[in-house]
Structures are given as structure tokens and as C-alpha cells.
Ligand binder design. Sequence first.
Ligand code: GLN
Length: 551
Amino acid sequence: METCYIFITGGVVSSLGKGIATSSIGVLLRARGYRVTAVKIDPYINVDAGTMRPYEHGEVFVTADGAETDLDIGTYERFLGIDLTRANNLTTGQVYQTVIDKERRGEYLSQTVQVIPHVTDEVKRRIREAGQLANAEIVLVEVGGTVGDIESLPFLEAIRQMRFDCRDRTLYLHVTLLPYLGTSEEYKTKPTQHSVATLRGVGIQPDGIILRSKSPVPDEARHKIALFTNVEARDVFNSYDADYVYAVPEILEQQGIGRFIERRLQLEKVTPELRGWQEAVRTLREPDDRVVIGIVGKYVAMPDAYLSLIEALRHAGIANRAEVRLEWINAEALVAGDLTRLHTLDGILVPGGFGIRGIEGKVLAARYAREQQVPFLGICLGMQVAVIEYARHQAGLEGANSTEFDPYTPYPVIDLMPEQLDTADLGGTMRLGNWPMQINPNTILAKVYGPAANQGLVYERHRHRYEVNPAFADALQVAGLIISGTTPGMRGRGAGLIEAIELSDHPFFLGVQSHPEFASRLMRPSPPFRSFIEAAVAYHRQHQPAADLRA
Ligand code: GLN
């Protein structure tokens, strides 16, 4: 089959949930047996998302091949159940960088280099390449931002041209917001009409529309939009707010979006296989247990900064048939010494992070979890904090710290490794993407990964600069810390780096240097998260049934 392209644009406002709509369509196509991939176009000029603040832009997602991407790539991976690569996230910065490099190399000799055709050609080339690399039959292409933005114009022009190139193997879907006016008790269609008009102004007539709304939209509004936008009423779909994002594929399928795509792209009619997916959503809605997990972090007011982490906890909840309630705890607030907020938790998680803010609060949380025997999971920075805590209070290394936070600490238990110090460019020194971890037998970690490990070897994604300092490995181990995973060495460096730590006289205390949350999937939860929630359920049953009775 020749590759088909489905283009998803957005209108009226940003943050509409285009990523969820795109991913949900992907689920429905995968459930019909198609090989699907998804491309996110980010019209900003940054080359990648690595340098942006999570507080504004949400989390920086990391692919297996080490690209730092927009968080939508994570949503695609979780919904589609596949690994994407750096080819799946396209930014203005990348496109222009390539075009300008080519110009300097003389590849456009004697030509005037212009947005059309040079930039648009490069955009089209990248979209096609992403499809080829994934060997995809259907490529979903989401254009970030809102129609009408200056920055997205070259991309809209490129996807417009693709209909010309690929004819009936293309489909345009426009996602818009349908606001509800409480005073007149009606959904307003005008912003959608204007947004479609803007899209048509750049030469794209949408084939279908997805209306985002608070609750199901009456047929009347759908008909009105159809009339004003030259789209058939049956091709106007409604993605109303769902209790869980994972419920969206079903909402759209029930309205016939799958059938619509089959019709338009002239695909065979197939009944989608959605049973596993539906079962997972059912478990989300009807769990048997409930646990409260405290996330002790910095960006607690911006949950999108921890999107993959939240989803990994949710996936782990499904695997344990438990609802996972999250309690956001600002690490800085713990420093005053009041730890009462930790008392009602069934598990404590210290996530990844950069910078000194809140570090001492995280140390307090790790100590509390260790001493009170509360299940603990430390991710990346969270593991480093657990090591600092153990060094200070169990190994007698007073003042132990990471050189990231205290360059003059007497005990740099977390430090830059020599090969990293060689490079002045900080970006170049990050350990990014998949790295192998060798698991020591007879550890919690070995149980956690179980058959997921191949001869004790697993791969997880990384995004960090500092490492546990091997010079302190002996001192920490003599004091009782267990090193349960190390790097066997890859890409010529990194052999023997400490990847995971744990405690033996504790129900579940695990720290990993990687970010396993990036690889967690609805139906294939990340092993450390699954085991952490399992331990939290056991802890809850033992310690907090009284709280349940009150709730
Ligand atoms: N700041 C720490 C480092 O660079 C941890 C990074 C992280 O948690 N992703 O090593």
C-alpha cells in the first residue's frame, strides 16, 4: 500500500488536545492492523525542546534514540505503543538549519533560496522520511500551534502541497474549540467557522472537523458547522471532555471516525480490535484498590512538567487494579521540617529535575521513606538525592552532596564523570536516550524487571549530566546501600556507571538513574513503576485502612 498522510491542524485556541486526537486516531488505525507513525511539527525556532523550560512548555520528552522532544511525542508513544525517533519531531529551527547548511555548501547554487519551494520542500522531505523510517502505511502529521499563527504558515503550505503530490492518499482534519456560553446556554460555532475560513485562506479545505467541547454537542451545532465549512455533517466529530484521555479513541470510534478515514483514504473496511484497550479503560474506572502517592518535586503547580511520570503511575495502577491518587508536594515547603504531609502517603516518589531548588526537601522525603519503611521510588535526580541522603546519614559522610548543588562538598557522592568534564559544551555532555543496565541477580531490581530483562540486561532512557561517583561506591556499600544495576558500557564510554540503588531492610526502596517513565505504555507498564505501586498497595492494606473508612 502506498503511504497515506493524515494532517491534523488546530484552530481557535492552543492546548486543545490535538495531540490526544492525533494519538486516538492512531490507536483506531493500529487497531485495524495498519502500521502507523506520527510526526509532530513544532513551529518554534528552537532546534529541539531540550532547552525550554518545563514550567512553561511541559515536560521534555526523550526518545530511545536520545532526542529531546515535545511532550506530544510521548503521548503518541503511549497511545500507539511504538518507539518514535528524532525524525518524528520537526521544528522550524531544524528545517531552517538544514536549508541554510545546504545553501552554504552550495547545493542551491545560483538560486534564490526561498520559503517556497526550499523550506516547504525540506518540510515535505522530512515528513516522507519519517514515514519511510518507520515503514509506516499511514503517517499522522500534527501541526502544532493554531491556524493563523505566522510561524505555522510554511508548514501549512507544505501540507497543502502534499495533497497535490499525493492526491487521495491525504486527509485533512481540523480540531477546534467549541466554547459554551453559560448565559445563553449554547455552544458557539462562530470561532470554528472563522478558523476554517482561515485554513481555507491558505488553501486547505478540511475533510473532517473534530470539535472539542466540555460535554457532547447537540446535532444542531454540528449541522450548522457543516453548512458553514463545506464539510458533511457526518464528518463533523465531537471529542468532548472524557474522564480519562484513554477513553477518547472509543468516543471518536463510536461516532464513526474510523469509517470516515477508511472511506476517504479508500481503505478496506475493518472492524477494529480494541478489547485490550477497552479493558484497560474499564480498570481505570473501576479499580479494586486505591493508593496515594506523594510526588516531591519542584514544578508541582504544573503537572504537564511531569506528564510521562503521571501516565506511568496510571499505567502501573491499571496493572495493579488500583487507582493512583497523586499528592503534589512542593519540596521547598518540606525544608521547614514539617513532614506531616508525608504521613498519609502510601508511597513517595522523587522525580527527575535540575537545579538546587528544593533539594534539601527531597533529601528529607527520602530519609522519611527510608526510616518509616514507606515505599520509595527515586527517578534520576530522585535516585541521586537518595544516595546523598544515605551517604550523610548512614555512611557518615556529613555534608555529602552533588557537585551540581555544592561544588565544594567534602564528599561529592554525585559528580560529573571525567569524560564529561572534558567537554565545555553542556548540551554535549548529557547522557541521553537508551543506555543498557546490567542487573545484579538476587536484588529487588532483578525481581522488578523479571522476564523483561534479557540475561539481566535492560535498556532505559536517560537525560542527565551527573552520576553517582564510583569513588564512593565502597563506602556506600559497606554502609548497607545495594548497587543493583550498572552500565556495562556503550558507545565507548560509561562502563561501570551506577544505574540503580536499593535497600534490603525495606519493603521497597529503589532509585534508578534512568527515566523509565518515558517507555511506559497503557498495556505495558514500566516495571519499576508497576512494582512501586504494587508495594504501595501492600503498604496501604497494612497501614491505612482506617483512612479508607473515613473517606
Ligand atoms: N540534575 C541531575 C543531573 O543532571 C538529574 C537530572 C534528571 O533528573 N533528569 O544528573
